[in-house]
Every structure is written in C-alpha cells, then in structure tokens.
Design a protein around this ligand. Sequence first.
Ligand SMILES: Cc1cc2nc3c(=O)[nH]c(=O)nc-3n(C[C@H](O)[C@H](O)[C@H](O)COP(=O)(O)OP(=O)(O)OC[C@H]3O[C@@H](n4cnc5c(N)ncnc54)[C@H](O)[C@@H]3O)c2cc1C
Length: 370
Amino acid sequence: METVRITIIGAGVVGLAIAAELSKKYDEIILIEKHEKFGQETSSRNSEVIHSGIYYPTDSLKAKLCVEGRPLLYKYCEKNSIPCLKTGKLIVASDEFHIARLEELIEQGKQNGVADLRILGKDEIHKMEPEVNAVAALYSPDTGIVDSHSLMKNLFNEAGSSGVTFSFGSEIDQIDMDKEGYVIGIKDDDYKFRSKIVINSAGLSSDHIAGLAGIDVDTAGYRLKYCKGSYFSYAKRSPVNMLVYPVPHKDLSGLGVHATLDMGKRLRFGPDTEYVDSLDYTVDAKKRDVFYENAAEIIKGLDKGSFVPDMSGIRPKLQGPGEKTRDFVIADETAKGFPGLINLIGIESPGLTASLAIAKQSNILVKKCL
Ligand SMILES: Cc1cc2nc3c(=O)[nH]c(=O)nc-3n(C[C@H](O)[C@H](O)[C@H](O)COP(=O)(O)OP(=O)(O)OC[C@H]3O[C@@H](n4cnc5c(N)ncnc54)[C@H](O)[C@@H]3O)c2cc1C
C-alpha cells in the first residue's frame, strides 16, 4: 500500500495554510478535499475581517493565535500582493449603559496583547465617522479586511509549487489506525493509502472525521453545533469607511450584527446567530426588519428598502446556545491513543485571522509526532 508522510483533510483557509507551512519542511504531503475546488465552505462564507484579538479570554488559543496571526497575515498579504486593508474598527456604545462594557473590553484587549486601543468620545467619533450613532466607542486601528479568496489561492499555489499533492472531489470516509499509521479510504473509490500523520482540518465535519479515526466524539467534547450567521447587503453607497460593531454579547455567541466592508467598499450587515440542525445557507428575507433595527442602532440614516438578503455562513461551534464559550481544539491525540492524529475542531472566528498562526501551531505538533 502506498504510504505518505502527512495527510491534511480539508482545503479551507486553515488546511491550505497548514499545507503551505508544512511544505517548507516536509515532502510526501497530500491534501484531500471533498469539493472540486478549495474554499467552498466556511472560508468563503465569512466577514473577511482581520480581527485584532480583543474579545477572547486571555491565554485562550483564540486570543493567542489571533494576536499572533494578525501581523503574520498583514505581512503575508503585503508580500504576495493579496488585497487587504487596515480599515480600523469602532465598537460603539449607543447609550451610557454600554460604556462600562467598552472599558471591560479595552482591559481584555490589553491583557491579550492588543496594542493601540483607545476609547473615543462623541466629538472624535463624529470627526471620524459622522454617521455613526454612539456616545462613546472603542477604536481598534489594527482591524482590517482581506480578500479571502485571493489569500486561499495564494496558499494553494504556494503549497502546490512546494510539492503538496491535492486530491479534489475526494471525500474521506475511512480512517483506520494500524501499526504504521492510518489507512485512509475515499468514498466511492477502491483506492486506499496509508499516512503516518493525519491532520483533521475538516471544518464543519471535523467532529465526524475525529469519529472516523476512532475518537469517542462525545466523551472528548468534540461534538459540533452549527450556528448560522446570515448577512444583508446594503444596496446604497456605504455611509461609513470603517468597520462598525455594537458591544458584543457577553457569551460571545456572536459579535452582534455589525457593519463590514469588502475590498470593493460594499457594505454588509451581519452575521446574526441562529443555531441550526442542517447546513442550509438560505437567507430568510423576513429578517430584514430585525437587521435594519440592529443596524440603525449603530449607524444613522439607513434606508430599510436597501437591505438585501445576501449570503450566510455556518460556525462550527463547540458550545451550544447559552453554554460557556469554548476554545479552539488544536490537539495531538497521542494521549488518547491516536499517535500522529492532529485534530483541529471548533475553528470558528477568528479562524481566518489566525490561519497562519494555526498553521505554525500545527507544525509544532507535527514535529513532535515525527
Ligand atoms: C458567519 C461567519 C463569519 C466569520 N467571520 C470571520 C471573520 O470576519 N474573521 C475571521 O477571522 N474569521 C471569521 N470566521 C471564521 C472563519 O471563517 C473560519 O474560522 C475559517 O474559515 C475556518 O476554516 P477551515 O479551513 O477550518 O474550515 P472550512 O473552510 O470549512 O474548510 C473545511 C474543509 O474541509 C472539507 N471537508 C470536510 N469533510 C471532508 C471529508 N470527509 N473529506 C474531505 N474534505 C472534507 C470541506 O469541504 C471544507 O472545504 C467566520 C465564520 C462564520 C461562519
């Protein structure tokens, strides 16, 4: 049976970043993706925001890898001419009640190592963004946006030119551990191969992949809950030039319906949070009123008729509704009896921002396994 050194499952931004990173050091790497192209799931259904790393609990992987990943990403984009822009971001308190929360957030951000955050008063906000409705705001100058498709294309090309083999249209449905590694099977295909190391970067299916490899998903706490986030685009010219967010939910289930821009300066509102049972990406047009009301709390003078149902994405969350926020799982499973299996589970936001740092973290785990 053919044996390779490393198999990466999933060609989202995380799998591609891992492939590009590992290909600098190792040969015999194969990346398997069930769709015909890269980036067909969560990595192309998100806000494309380069987060600064304010929100996440200090010492969590989310905070650490976001703060590490952000400058890596800006540098990578600059080096490879990938469109990105440091727009800056305002988290706005629309009434006095929310100001205390801004102060908590600035403290959290500082503890996480996010520099240059400051609280702005009404006049300063007005000078920067006259249409923003706020009594105070937290200003994050290092937040930005990135063209995620160009980023993935670059990572794909980099990995490919360094010798990574890509197998698209191949859905993994068998992972059996044996003495020399893992025997991997593909749906509707008799071909099987062995891999010494398996990196599970399968996004919304990463719990299923862990289960295929033999992990007891519920005992390990790896069962994913799908949390949909819908967007409405704004058909008129954007009244703002930077990203504008409300104060986030305390449980961080989402960051609140916010205003994001893409590289073409097109304004979008979202994502909301809705736990769902299946992967249905339809956007419910009936949500227009709620989206408009949420958006009008942070930006003045919006036209309700210009809110158009846009796309949605689904977060692979480890916590269910109302449950305590969970961290990314990035684990070498040797201690569970699965040497050479590396699971990446629950890679929700800020997974895009953190992608290059997640790749470096995965590299450290691979080194230990080899
Ligand atoms: C609504 C929303 C907004 C977000 N906004 C932001 C943001 O602004 N900034 C930010 O930093 N992050 C954001 N995120 C998070 C970010 O999008 C994700 O963390 C990131 O895209 C995860 O990438 P991934 O490669 O892990 O997963 P994916 O992109 O889902 O890739 C996983 C891949 O695995 C493949 N796969 C699955 N099962 C198999 C199998 N059996 N065999 C072969 N292949 C398989 C899938 O087809 C898929 O291509 C957001 C997420 C959502 C949902």
